[in-house]
Ligand binder design. Structure first.
Ligand code: GLN
Length: 486
């Protein structure tokens, strides 16, 4: 099979057997990026020189018998991860020429395991968005239909994996930014448990919700990557010191007896009928494989979007205060005084959605409204987390659709923030509760892919990955490739 069609796992076997070298593989994918990305705009930066150098050292290391878990495998990093010596923009004019002096822990760990970076992927500005349209570098297009959005904010990562420009990519997920684009592009997206993967060097949006994860074509590949990315990091105070299991070890086991929860309360208002039907079909496949379904109650789940849109803006208004044109970020020219410098630098550097979030955040944190909004939202957040906890007493995981519809047209929702926000109605709960969650391709609606969403209890990644992998043994939705990118 052509190299670009292979999964990480298949490529790894090919490198092991000596079918090709990492330099050959890397060159093939760089050529594809050069030929195809004009259509997609999935990359902000392509790092050809660095990639070929890293591939050459991976080949050398392999020859010397020094084979890391990702040795010689080309991947893409979302442009939110700091990469030493390589531009890191976070999709914003604010950081348009920021060259990080250090690597994010995720980047370093993957480099240590032998991964080759093809480039940095396009994303919504500061990861705020569900369509990739808030990027300063222009929207990303969905490989399944170039008029459609690939979802966001990790849209460039998802599009590059779906279009077979890269076998895998990193992403981040604050409210759904890995899982929703994975669903809309027919790829696999995993957001691990909060604290499982270090946030060090990952530009902060909402620190209590942000988590790094990956977009791949198979659950098996996600397991391979998570094993490298996960683990305690003393430079991230919210990183959890818990041993990293071998995520690949158990994925081959049957899901017989797995208790799958289906949420009774999810209001189906806004759920496109056939998208919901595909998720139901997928749950029926799990049942045919020996899983049992149980209805569960999440009585407060419909409050997750409004809760998130208080907590996330509050945290972002604080996190983004560092971009003042002095310590960090774009600096306006010819400022009259310090205040003018702040105002103009931020006014010029940030786009509309980011400004909207900062203003909302400053408002809900202000002295007069703090109790009414921020404190209240934190209380509701706790109720939602408690609901999940109760539900997981009866089930092993919770399943449903990842997003309410397949990919929408670029431009369709950009002027209606509420409609845009509602795209994350099924994903946000897992972020508020810190739970691991995954999207797996589960079919098509009018030729556009849709995803099955699986949420597990804290540190339930092994079980999610096993369920996803077993589902992919029974189905081949994840093998489908957009016609224009075969
Ligand atoms: N779409 C959501 C938002 O705009 C989630 C983004 C994310 O997960 N980074 O905030």
């Amino acid at each position: 099979m052509d190299m670009h069609r292979q999964t990480l796992t298949e490529l790894c076997a090919g490198l092991d057997k000596g079918d090709f070298t990492s330099v050959e593989l890397t060159q093939t994918l760089l050529d594809r990026v050069a030929a195809q990305d004009e259509k997609l705009n999935a990359f902000i930066t392509v790092t050809s020189t660095e990639a070929l150098a890293a591939a050459a050292s991976a080949d050398k290391a392999r020859a010397a018998g020094n084979i890391g878990a990702l040795n010689g495998l080309p991947i893409v990093h979302k442009d939110i991860f700091c990469t030493e010596g390589i531009k890191t923009t976070c999709g914003s004019k604010m950081l348009d020429n920021f060259i990080s002096p250090y690597n994010a822990t995720v980047v370093q760990k993957m480099a240590d395991a032998g991964a080759v970076i093809l480039g940095k992927s396009n994303m919504d500005e500061f990861a705020m968005g569900s369509s990739n349209e808030t990027s300063f570098f222009g929207p990303v297009r969905n490989p399944w239909n170039l008029e459609c959005s690939p979802g966001g904010s990790s849209g460039g990562s998802a599009a590059s994996v779906a279009a077979r420009l890269a076998p895998a990519a990193t992403g981040t997920d604050t409210g759904g930014s890995i899982r929703q684009p994975a669903a809309l592009t027919g790829t696999v997206g995993l957001k691990p448990t909060y604290g499982r993967v270090s946030r060090y060097g990952m530009i902060a949006f909402a620190s209590s919700l942000d988590q790094a994860g990956m977009i791949t074509r198979s659950a098996e590949d996600a397991a391979r990557m998570l094993g490298v990315m996960a683990g305690f990091d003393e430079r991230d105070s919210t990183s959890i010191d818990q041993a990293v299991p071998d995520y690949l070890a158990g994925i081959g086991e049957s899901i017989k007896g797995l208790r799958v929860g289906v949420v009774r309360q999810h209001s189906d208002e806004g759920l496109e009928e056939r998208t919901g039907a595909r998720a139901k079909d997928a749950i029926a496949v799990l049942e045919s494989m020996g899983a049992t379904t149980v209805e569960v109650d999440l009585p407060n789940i419909d409050l997750s979007v409004p809760t998130y849109y208080v907590v996330a803006p509050a945290e972002c208004s604080s996190n983004l205060s560092r971009f003042d044109g002095v310590r960090f970020g774009h600096r306006a020219e010819n400022a009259e005084d310090l205040l003018d410098l702040y105002c103009r630098s931020r006014g010029e550097g940030f786009g509309d959605e980011v400004k909207r979030r900062i203003m909302t955040g400053a408002y809900v944190l202000s002295a007069g409204y703090y109790d009414a909004y921020y404190i209240k939202a934190q209380q509701v957040r706790q109720l939602i987390a408690d609901d999940f906890k109760k539900a997981f007493a009866d089930v092993d995981l919770i399943a449903g659709p990842t997003a309410p519809s397949p990919a929408f047209k670029l431009g369709d929702k950009v002027d209606d923030p509420i409609q845009m926000y509602l795209n994350d109605i099924y994903t946000i709960g897992a972020n508020l509760a810190g739970l691991p969650a995954m999207s797996v391709p589960c079919g098509f609606v009018d030729d556009m892919p849709v995803g099955l969403h699986l949420v597990g209890p804290h540190f339930g990644e092994e079980m999610l990955l096993r369920c996803g992998h077993q589902y992919q043994q029974e189905t081949d939705w994840h093998i489908a490739c957009p016609e224009a990118f075969k």
